[in-house]
Design a protein around this ligand. Structure first.
Ligand code: C2E
Ligand code: CA
Ligand code: CA
Ligand code: CA
Length: 267
């Protein structure tokens, strides 16, 4: 009846609606960032565990709006990685970090996205980077595990044609990942923040980290622990023989001017 029709309740899923809103917000933000040069990199230092000397920086993307508002990648990186703008972004990122590596004379790492990693143009672009620069490409463990055989070939090609070092990001959270570090041409593993968080209170976690570090050493792979926030975590990781540390305790991601100050203070 007419009355019923007027009282139809639209079932409305707030979660889905929020998701759609967030995606379109992210899309607009990314387009604006590209058009108005709002992308910027923050640099998070990492340190030698034994000496606590600065070893290098990881470049982490931010969008800095005209009014100074900073957007962190959690709100736009998934959309960016799956957009037609990805290659433009990657080229900008590589220009940015090669410029800094030339100027700062320290190793700089960058995060490569899954979709770029499979892209031929991207690999060719990597080959064109000056081989004297000390750059580290971070690939998440999840990406490496998607297709280990193809990954092996791709990584071997990258190692052959570029001077990049390769680090496995977020290491340890995927099942059976240990098996692959033997077969893949990897220089470093970044032990996931979830291990660091539990390393003080959970002895089983500590045993796993110990095993990872021992195995990595035997295979000639460097280890870095992510997300170090306390002195206790630092001490345990030092005792376990982890090579490098990164985290808020020693340095947060910072704008390039601050990174420059840190370099000159260390010099
Ligand atoms: P990620 O590569 O695992 O980077 C580490 C994240 O942990 C960073 O967040 C960093 O700010 C944060 N972090 C560092 N130390 C600590 C700590 O002690 N405690 C805690 N709680 N967190 C810490 P951020 O900068 O928001 O980046 C988030 C993710 O976004 C990155 O995770 C990476 O996967 C992605 N990302 C960042 N920049 C790029 C980029 O240029 N390209 C791509 N494809 N992804 C990027
Ligand atoms: Ca990373
Ligand atoms: Ca990580
Ligand atoms: Ca992560």
């Amino acid at each position: 009846s007419k009355l019923q029709g007027e009282n139809v309740v639209v079932i409305f899923n707030k979660e889905i609606d929020d998701k759609i809103k967030n995606i379109s917000f992210a899309k607009q933000l990314i387009e604006r960032a590209l058009n108005e040069n709002l992308f910027t990199l923050y640099y998070q230092p990492f340190f030698n565990t034994k000496t606590l000397k600065l070893e290098g920086f990881e470049g982490l993307v931010r969008i800095k709006d005209k009014d100074g508002k900073i957007y962190t990648p959690n709100i736009f990186i998934d959309v960016l990685e799956n957009s037609k703008y990805l290659m433009d972004y990657e080229k900008w990122l590589l220009q940015e970090i090669t410029q800094k590596a030339r100027k700062w004379h320290v190793p700089i790492s960058f995060n490569a996205s899954a979709n770029s990693f499979k892209n031929k143009d991207y690999i060719n672009y990597l080959s064109s980077i000056n081989p004297n620069l000390n750059l580290i490409m971070e690939i998440t463990e999840r990406v490496l595990m998607i297709n280990p055989e193809d990954t092996k070939e791709l990584l071997s090609k990258i190692k052959k044609e570029t001077a990049l070092k390769i680090a496995v990001d977020d290491f340890g959270i995927e099942y059976s990942s240990l098996k692959y570090i033997k077969d893949l041409p990897i220089d470093e593993i970044k032990i996931d923040i979830s291990f660091t968080k539990e390393i003080v209170d959970d002895l089983k976690t500590r045993s796993i980290v110990k095993a990872i570090i021992t195995l990595a050493k035997e295979l000639g792979v460097k280890t870095l622990a992510e997300g170090v926030e306390t002195e206790e975590q630092l001490k345990i990781l030092r005792d376990l023989g982890c090579d490098y540390l990164q985290g808020y305790l020693l340095g947060k991601p910072m704008p390039e001017e601050e990174a420059e100050k840190l370099i000159s203070n260390q010099g």
